[in-house]
Design a protein around this ligand. Sequence first.
Ligand SMILES: [Zn+2]
Length: 254
Amino acid sequence: MVIDFHTHTPTWRTTSWLGGAPFDADDFVAFMDSAGIEQAVVLSHDGLFDASPQANDDLAAFVGRYPDRLHGFGTVHPRRDDAAEETERMMRTLGLRGLKLHPWLQGFSMHEGSLDPVCEVLVATGGILLSHDGTPPYSTAAQIAALARRHPHLPVVLGHGGLHDTWREALAVTVETPNLYLCLCGTPPYAARHILAHAPEGKVLFGTDAGLSDRASQDYAVARVAEIDGWGITPEQRQAMLEENPRALLAGTR
Ligand SMILES: [Zn+2]
């Protein structure tokens, strides 16, 4: 059983260097079956380039085809006047499960006060905040941890476990911040092994970043699942990361 905590919708309305030919939810679930992924957190792609209500509607329609397997995290731009209102609509009306932010791509700092009302809506609606991390100057783990500490009842996930350059910082702030979680996604194997050995119980998740580019180019995501076998981790660590921790977080029991 694998619960993949970091995947993306295809590109529908924007053009980006990450985009490719669109695929539908049936295609995506067929891919998940082939890769041994039971459930996935699905993040908006178009919304990161243009944080419109339409992008959240598109995401909701995609995950709504498989409500038991796909969990949608929409997005907003925190500097827009309607950010908190759209977060509320996304959670209560569209049935999404959380918010994805990409401070570097979207061009804001996690220290901006406009994020506070958005976080308050997420707490009130039982949502999870997942942020891109690992790419300074915006999107460092310490900046994201500072936001998490301002909102101690909001579960906050580092979407990439610090990537190659900042994984030590990602681990350190995850240890120090009770409501901060870390998703190993693109984190190098030696770092993943170290993080799993030192992170508090219940804190580590796993993601593939599947869904970027087009349907025929998902080999990288399959490889990321297969790669875990070479990490040298215990069966208990594996089980916690792939199943117990994400299940508990999505159920709101952590
Ligand atoms: Zn991603």
